[in-house]
Design a protein around this ligand. Structure first.
Ligand SMILES: Nc1ncnc2c1ncn2[C@@H]1O[C@H](COP(=O)(O)OP(=O)(O)OP(=O)(O)O)[C@@H](O)[C@H]1O
Length: 311
């Protein structure tokens, strides 16, 4: 017998409380940060509440993506283009004298695909963690800068708020916490607050994210752990896309996948970069090369240099 599909709106309306996360096995440092990030998704409930009502009453001139996603605050509409910029970031873990990153600077135009590659242990993941706000740089700044078409900045830089960054860690499926797809995607959502209108808007965003990553054929009550490798990655991406991040960070998105799932994820990323600014750390240069707009090599000692991937 075919499994019944859940109506998202009804499900959200009737849902009582999120299920408690399953206990996690102890993992290494990145696992702790991944879980910290998922906890932060819960805290982001208030930011969802802040921006969702404005979707119901569109402001004249407010830009929307091809999928109908709201872009940014109204102030962003006037700019000609926007760049994500990192300037002179250095990082010493608290209580140490070790400099893991040394004056790292780079910029990535809005809705383009950046790739960072380099030797294991050079500091790539450390950089991503700073960009996602999971650790604070010792010095330097991270912001969005708007430019006129003549190449001159036309506004003061806006800081990159951690709640506007989506990050998918290596092997994101290891951090799934729910026993069905819908609970997994809506893990960070407000539970008690908000009226029907807000829930409808959230449901709409969920529907779009699910469509976008091609999860429409999957029943929402399916156990995430029973999905194939490629579908688990799609689910991990959908979780981040619901929040419409200004920057989407992916750490080794192809790691651990078979050739078919890898090709699948590459195709998905190709679509994704039309909608959001994507920054990827990967060793899989050959498969990602066709997507890359800008790329950098991280050298040992945490020094970043612009370089095309040799393939
Ligand atoms: N809190 C910390 N204190 C001291 N050293 C650290 C700390 N965090 C990371 N390191 C060290 O910093 C270096 C860079 O680590 P990082 O994980 O950023 O490298 P990476 O380039 O992402 O490597 P990989 O490709 O293997 O993931 C490593 O030598 C790591 O052991």
């Amino acid at each position: 017998m075919a499994r019944p599909k859940i109506c998202i709106k009804l499900y959200l309306k009737n849902r009582k409380r999120a299920k408690r996360p399953k206990p996690h096995k102890p993992r290494k440092d990145q696992s702790r940060l991944a879980l910290k990030h998922r906890e932060r998704e819960r805290e982001m409930a208030s930011s969802i509440l802040a921006f969702v009502p404005s979707l119901a009453t569109p402001v004249a001139g407010k830009s929307r993506s091809r999928l109908g996603f709201r872009r940014h605050q109204a102030s962003r509409v006037s700019c000609d283009y926007s760049c994500f910029e990192v300037k002179d970031i250095s990082y010493q873990p608290p209580g140490t004298e070790i400099n893991l990153l040394n004056a790292v600077s780079f910029s990535l135009p809005e809705k383009s695909f950046g790739l960072i590659f380099g030797q294991s242990g050079s500091g790539k993941t450390t950089l991503l963690q700073l960009l996602a706000g999971l650790n604070k740089p010792t010095s330097g700044s991270i912001y969005f800068q708007k430019y006129s078409n003549d190449g001159n900045p036309n506004q003061t830089p806006e800081p990159l708020f951690p709640e506007r960054v989506g990050i998918v860690f290596q092997f994101p499926e290891r951090y799934f916490v729910a026993d069905n797809v819908l609970d997994e995607v809506t893990f960070g959502w407000p539970r008690q607050k908000g009226g029907l209108q807000m829930r409808e808007q959230l449901a709409l965003k969920l529907q779009r994210a699910i469509n976008w990553v091609g999860l429409t054929g999957i029943p929402l009550d399916k156990d995430p752990n029973s999905l194939s490798g490629g579908y688990k990655r799609r689910l991990a991406l959908a979780i981040q896309l619901v929040q419409t991040p200004d920057l989407l960070i992916l750490d080794e998105p192809l790691a651990g996948l078979d050739w078919k799932a890898r090709a699948d994820v590459v195709k998905l990323l190709k679509h994704l970069k039309r909608e959001v600014t994507v920054l990827v750390v990967s060793h899989d240069l050959k498969e990602l090369a066709a997507l890359v707009d800008r790329s950098w090599r991280m050298e040992m000692g945490g020094v970043l240099r612009e370089e095309s991937p040799a393939i």
